[in-house]
Design a protein around this ligand. Structure first.
Ligand code: SF4
Length: 308
């Protein structure tokens, strides 16, 4: 039961969820009250795998639009609902299919690796998808001499390029939330908490990832917090993750690099909008079949690497 949510609201959601045979998936950046009523919390990769395996008829996706689209790509027979249609990802909006097609014309032999934070149409124009959890493996899976276009996150791309030693042609996209995580704040906190390990997300700027002890996806950060012997961690990602970290490891101390690292689109989803979605069975996110089939090919290639 949620600590923060209204109990009656939660009861209504749970009853309606059962009636609709729905599953509720929540990204690690969602409000704590939303994470608490979810069947599964996780990062994009976890949630897309959960979506692919569920036998529910309805998927309520508490995240942003591209995540609901990814669920629709993988499960066309299910009804995928996004509680608030304004919950989009500004980074995903930084590249359009037209812009990508233009870039491909300039690099006709290149393989396009697209971060999962892209629209279904951009995925359809790409060769293989990746998430922050598997981007290094995805790039390493491509033959050595391959010319690679990496879209849209320049900082994730730069990090992957450094780790793999592979040159990547980058798109100048970025996450407006993660660029608020500053190296100067980390250095200040390290003085205050000298024993704390610094764990950040690869969407952060290079001067931030360079000084971190670990650079991990949100699920990777949760695993690190649960399994490492460290008792203090300075956390550089969207602050919604602190709810899960503190719930899973209550004896440990988690210090956010910046309270400003909030994704406003993720926070549009509340218990009220989740209930509304289940009542109205809206807003449905459905990817047109022609685009879905092409986008699925890029997502499937990624999932195959994950399962090797
Ligand atoms: S945190 Fe950044 S990348 Fe993630 S949904 Fe928000 S804007 Fe997009």
């Amino acid at each position: 039961m949620t600590e923060h949510g209204d109990t009656r609201l939660v009861d209504k959601i749970l009853k309606l969820k059962q009636k609709r045979n729905a599953v509720i998936l929540a990204h690690n950046y969602q409000l704590g009250e939303v994470q608490d009523i979810a069947d599964y919390s996780g990062d994009s990769l976890d949630l897309s795998q959960k979506a692919a395996k569920t036998d529910a008829d309805v998927i309520v996706f508490c995240g942003v639009h591209f995540m609901a689209e990814t669920a629709s790509i993988l499960c066309p027979e299910k009804k995928v609902l996004l509680p608030d249609l304004h919950a989009g990802c500004p980074m995903a909006d930084m590249i359009t299919p037209d812009k990508l097609r233009k870039m491909k014309k300039e690099h006709p032999k290149a393989t396009v690796v697209c971060y999962v934070n892209t629209s279904a149409e951009v995925k359809a124009e790409s060769d293989i998808c990746c998430t922050s959890a598997n981007a290094i493996e995805v790039v390493q899976s491509l033959p050595e001499a391959t010319e690679i276009l990496f879209v849209p996150d320049q900082y994730l791309g730069q990090y992957v390029s450094t780790k793999t030693g592979r040159p990547l042609i980058l798109w100048p996209g970025f996450c407006p939330t993660h660029v608020r995580i500053l190296a100067s704040d980390i250095l200040r906190l390290k003085e205050e908490y000298p024993k704390a390990k610094v764990v950040v997300h690869p969407e952060c700027r290079p001067d931030v990832t360079e000084i971190a002890d670990a650079v991990l996806s949100t699920s990777g950060i949760c695993k690190y917090a649960r399994e490492s012997p460290e008792t203090e961690m300075i956390v550089g990602t969207e602050i919604g993750i602190l709810h899960r970290l503190r719930k899973e490891s209550p004896q440990k101390r988690f210090i956010p690099v910046s309270e400003q690292a909030v994704c406003p689109r993720m926070k549009l989803i509340t218990l009220e909008t989740v209930l509304w979605t289940l009542e109205e069975m809206a807003h449905e996110v459905k990817v047109p079949e022609k685009i879905r089939v092409r986008a699925k090919s890029a997502v499937d290639k990624m999932l195959q690497i994950g399962s090797k």
